[in-house]
Every structure is written in structure tokens, then in C-alpha cells.
Design a binder for this molecule. Structure first.
Ligand code: NAD
Length: 286
């Protein structure tokens, strides 16, 4: 068996074309979706991610800006800026790029962003909403995985899903989102004993550990769907996922490549959340 390659780039492109239409519809009501991105400090990877987000916004007609705050910024100043943006009617989404410097109170920052503008889906209200089904915004990376599965027509209900990685931004919300779709979900992490005894049972295996080559063919069930969320830079500069792609593709029914799988969907879902926020506000106002 050779797996179908799930093309995240193609789905991301198709979705972004649809976004331009939705932005056009909002414009007819005098609304331009707006996204504010706050970047603290000089982390080069963060600067690259922020640059990509701003560029993607402008390509679909979202008005966005990145505000660069020095690494020395205090908690009060950062929180004050978020409060201003919460009150700005032109901004439908607010995002604080993570990671933040250690002196910044990250939980407080995330809770200060209005849940109605929390397009990253990290506010406690939105995190809790994943449990109860009342979330305003779903976190972008697991939301992108759900969209990929839907687009590929891969059923989730009743399937054994194993998630490798239990972070707040990927693994845990992924588990909740797939539970909400009636999958049977197991979550593994760095302290899991004998990872393979779990992964081998997966009909759908989602891997978000940040360990290149963690998943090898012997750990994968014949015919499984394998979603590789990992993004790792190898010493030679190449980007690779957490799955031994060449080995596992011979066993899986479908697999996401890295790059070109989940990655392009993450920014796409940020655009989706920002447009959705503007649409929600317009609906509430009319
Ligand atoms: P994280 O470091 O916050 O969490 C990693 C998780 O994996 C932890 O729960 C840890 O216990 C688990 N883990 C680590 N080593 C393991 C091992 N050997 N076996 C089993 N579990 C193990 O990372 P994160 O922010 O969730 O990101 C995970 C990966 O996904 C990274 O490579 C990151 O770059 C990537 N990522 C990609 C996107 C995207 O858009 N595609 C978005 C976010 C993160």
C-alpha cells in the first residue's frame, strides 16, 4: 500500500479563495476584518511566523498589523495595549505571538484578550468551550487538522484516534475536538510507556511531539491515517515532521507531508477565525 498524500497546501489555497469572497461580502456592509498581532522581543522564528500571518491576511483582504514591543516591555504595558485593542471596533482579532519572554505573565495575557477577539482560541473561555461545545474560536492547528480530515472525507466517529503530544496548543485541544466528533481518543506524551502499544491501535494517528522520526512504520497500523503536525529543523536546514514519512507512507492509507500538510492550514484557520469574528460582530449589530 502507498498512502494518499493529503495536500494541505491545496486545501489552504482553496479555502483562502473562498475567504476573499467572504471579505467582499463584509465590505458591502462597510466592514473590513481586522487582526492585531503583538510580537514581544526578538525571537527570529516568531518574527518569521508573524510576517507570514500578516502577508496571508493582506492576500485575502484582512486589514492586519504587527506591533513590535521590546523584550523589556512590562506586564502592565502589554496588558494595557490588549485592553485598548479589545475596545477598538476595527480589530476583530487579537493575537499575541508565543512564546513570550519569561517575565511576562502569559496566562494573564491570554485571559486579557477578549474571548470574542481571541482568534488563536487560547482564552480560558474558548479552552473551556472545547469541553462543553460552546467555544467561540477553536485553536488554529487542531482546527486545521479537523478541516483536513473533513475535506478528505475521513470519518472520525467511532474511530480509534491516538494523539502523540499533549500540549495546550495542539495535543489537548485536538483530543477534545475529536472527542466532540465521537472518536475514541487516547493521548500519549513524553512519559507514556511503550508508545507503540498505543499508536499501533490508531485508525487515525495525530503526531505533535516535536521529535523528528519519532513514528516509524512498525508503530503504525496498516491502512491508518497519519497526520504529522511536527515541524522540526534538521542540522542541515531541512524541515521535517515527527513521522518517518518515506517508511510510514508504505503502510498508511493517507498521510500529511511536512512541509505542505498541516502547516499551511494553521494560518488558514487564523484567517477563518478573523473573518468569522467580523461576521459575528456584523450579525450581532444588525
Ligand atoms: P510542546 O513541546 O509544547 O509539546 C510536545 C508534546 O509532545 C508534549 O506533550 C510532550 O510530552 C510530547 N512528547 C515529546 N517527546 C515525546 C516522545 N518522545 N514521545 C511521546 N510524546 C512526546 O510542542 P507543541 O507546541 O505542541 O508542538 C509540537 C510539534 O508540533 C512541534 O514540532 C511544533 O513545531 C509543531 N507545531 C506545528 C504547528 C503547525 O502549524 N503545523 C503548530 C504548532 C506546533
Amino acid at each position: 500500500m502507498t498512502a494518499k498524500i493529503i495536500d494541505g497546501l491545496a486545501l489552504a489555497k482553496a479555502m483562502r479563495t473562498g475567504f476573499a469572497d467572504r471579505v467582499g461580502a463584509l465590505a458591502r456592509h462597510g466592514v473590513t476584518p481586522g487582526l492585531a498581532v503583538l510580537l514581544v522581543g526578538e525571537d527570529p522564528a516568531s518574527a518569521v511566523y508573524v510576517g507570514r500571518k500578516i502577508k496571508a491576511c493582506s492576500a485575502v483582504g484582512i486589514r492586519s498589523f504587527a506591533e513590535h514591543l521590546p523584550v523589556s516591555v512590562g506586564n502592565a504595558e502589554l496588558l494595557g495595549r490588549i485592553v485598548e485593542l479589545n475596545a477598538d471596533p476595527d480589530m476583530h482579532g487579537i493575537l499575541v505571538q508565543l512564546p513570550l519572554p519569561p517575565h511576562i505573565d502569559m496566562p494573564r495575557v491570554l485571559e486579557t484578550i477578549s474571548a470574542e477577539k481571541d482568534v488563536d482560541g487560547f482564552h480560558l473561555y474558548n479552552v473551556g468551550g472545547l469541553v462543553t461545545g460552546s467555544t467561540v474560536f477553536s485553536p488554529c492547528t487542531p482546527y486545521g487538522v479537523v478541516k483536513l480530515l473533513e475535506h478528505e472525507g475521513i470519518p472520525v466517529e467511532g474511530q480509534n484516534v491516538v494523539i502523540v503530544g499533549a500540549s495546550n496548543i495542539v495535543g489537548k485541544p485536538m483530543a477534545l475536538m475529536l472527542m466532540a466528533r465521537d472518536a475514541t481518543v487516547s493521548i500519549c506524551h513524553a512519559k507514556t510507556r511503550d508508545l507503540a502499544q498505543y499508536t499501533i491501535l490508531a485508525d487515525i494517528l495525530v503526531v505533535a511531539a516535536g521529535v523528528p522520526g519519532l513514528i516509524v512504520p512498525q508503530m503504525v497500523k496498516q491502512g491508518a491515517v497519519v497526520i504529522d503536525v511536527g515541524i522540526n529543523r534538521l542540522p542541515d536546514g531541512r524541515i521535517t515532521g515527527d513521522v518517518d514519512f518515506e517508511g510510514v507512507r508504505r503502510k498508511a492509507a493517507a498521510i500529511t507531508p511536512v512541509p505542505g500538510g498541516v502547516g499551511p492550514m494553521t494560518v488558514t484557520m487564523l484567517l477563518e477565525n478573523t473573518i468569522k469574528s467580523a461576521e459575528r460582530r456584523l450579525a450581532l449589530a444588525s
